[in-house]
Design a protein around this ligand. Structure first.
Ligand code: PLP
Length: 357
């Protein structure tokens, strides 16, 4: 019997469920917002000249060269940049470093579903606020003396909607006593006008997170970054050094630098995806879908006559993987990652077949 007692001390958590990663190459994978195009050719050059004997050595503990490249591109100093093993790790580090209040942290009810997972894991009290009927976030709902912290994604996922810089400023003006984290994972696909990187010089409680996984086509390398004032970054480095001194491996640092230094290729890839997003949204609207105005590399769409789950299952049978969320408010919506033009035509053709159109 005593053998059972240890069970009461086991961790009790509901983990985040990521999009399926099917084994076969013979599918069209539009379910994890990965990039449709490969990373910069300069990344290939790094791989071609890589010496395996370098692997014997630990990497730079603070991913120095990558922080420098990112700081240079952003016109900031290296003290303003933190880098870790994917932005999931960056966010988890930030939650640990900044959300230690007894007051709840606040985030929208429809947003990146990792936020509640970390709150549970790290025992951070939290509170959600509903997004509007139109799925936009209400800035006022995030106001608060009573907030232990605020986190939201802009553009948001899975809604694909962006809020303005004025919105972000409004939230910051009404949260001077806690850290506000803005997850800018998808900002490169949005109108340049919503980037808030420069605001870190104005608000010492603002942390912006970003990742190489979506716009830089490097999800497999696990690189994410955060920007904030030097004091915030110092605390994040201290948390990192308290559980893993070398979260970013050598190859990720080197290929990451190569990616950051190829601005032209980066912009070209973004343009292609934005064009395909436009044509796919139009095609879906032509089939009667309601498609939200996307500022990301995915579309959030619903059909008034056909159930999202039915479409999702039909497409999966045909080898086309998109995302369906069995969650209140969004269970009739599909989240579709923007692939290549060819992948999008195949998907539209299958949706047409499903609808008998
Ligand atoms: C994909 C995603 C992330 C995590 O990205 P990684 O760097 O791959 O860990 C974080 N936030 C949002 C909103 C995302 O969609």
């Amino acid at each position: 019997m005593s053998g059972q007692l240890w069970r009461k001390n086991l961790i009790n958590i509901t983990p985040y469920v990521a999009g399926e990663q099917p084994k076969s190459d013979d599918i069209i994978k539009l379910n994890a917002n990965e990039n449709a195009y490969p990373p910069s050719p300069r990344v290939r050059e790094i791989l071609d000249s890589y010496k395996p004997e370098d692997m014997r050595r630990y990497p730079s503990a603070d991913a120095g060269p990558l922080r420098e490249a990112l700081a240079k591109r952003a016109g900031l100093s290296v003290e303003n940049v933190f880098v870790s093993n994917g932005s999931d790790d960056v966010l988890a580090t930030a939650f640990r470093a900044f959300f230690n209040s007894d007051k709840p942290i606040v985030y929208p009810d429809i947003t990146y579903s990792f936020y509640p997972v970390w709150c549970e894991l790290l025992k951070i009290p939290s509170r959600t606020v509903p997004v509007g009927e139109d799925f936009h976030i209400d800035a006022k709902s995030l106001y608060g003396e009573g907030n232990g912290g605020v986190v939201f994604a802009n553009p948001n996922a899975p809604t694909s909607l962006a809020e303005s810089r004025e919105f972000v400023r409004d939230v910051l003006e009404h949260n001077r006593d806690c850290i506000v984290i803005v997850d800018q994972t998808y900002v490169d696909f949005a109108d340049k006008g919503i980037d808030c990187l420069d605001m870190i010089n104005e608000y010492d409680n603002l942390l912006i997170t970003h990742t190489f996984s979506k716009s830089r086509s490097m999800a497999g390398m696990r690189i994410g970054e955060a920007y904030g004032n030097a004091e915030l970054i110092k605390y994040m480095l201290a948390v990192k050094d308290s559980y893993n001194s070398y979260p970013v491996n050598r190859l990720s640092i080197e290929t990451g630098v190569a990616s950051v230094q190829d601005e032209e290729y980066f912009q070209d890839t973004l343009k292609k995806i934005i064009n395909t997003r436009q044509s796919t949204a139009e095609a879906l609207k032509g089939l009667g879908f309601e498609v939200l105005d996307s500022s990301t590399n995915f579309l959030f769409a619903a059909h008034p006559k056909f159930g999202a789950k039915d479409i999702f299952e039909y497409l999966r049978d045909k080898g086309i993987y998109i995302r369906y969320f069995n969650k209140p408010r969004i269970d009739n919506y599909l989240r579709i990652t923007i692939g290549t033009d060819d992948e999008m035509s195949q998907m539209i053709a299958q949706i047409k077949a499903f609808m008998g159109a």
